[in-house]
Write a protein that binds this ligand. Structure first.
Ligand SMILES: [Zn+2]
Length: 62
């Protein structure tokens, strides 16, 4: 199982590296690391970013 997690992490890192340069945000969900297209922020507060799959996580910041 640990081997699978390592492979997954490496795949995500290489897949998101280029996208991160362009978009500047990756999903904050623990262990996700996908490109985050959904941003959540309140006025004068730090913004939080999540991918499509985890965008519901951002509701807590609204
Ligand atoms: Zn995510």
């Amino acid at each position: 199982m640990s081997d699978e997690l390592i492979k997954l992490a490496e795949g995500l890192a290489s897949a998101t590296r280029d996208a991160q340069k362009v978009l500047g945000h990756i999903c904050e969900h623990s262990g996700c690391g996908k490109v985050a297209g959904w941003g959540f922020a309140r006025p004068r507060m730090e913004s939080h970013w999540f991918c499509f799959e985890h965008r519901a996580d951002g509701d807590r910041y609204l």
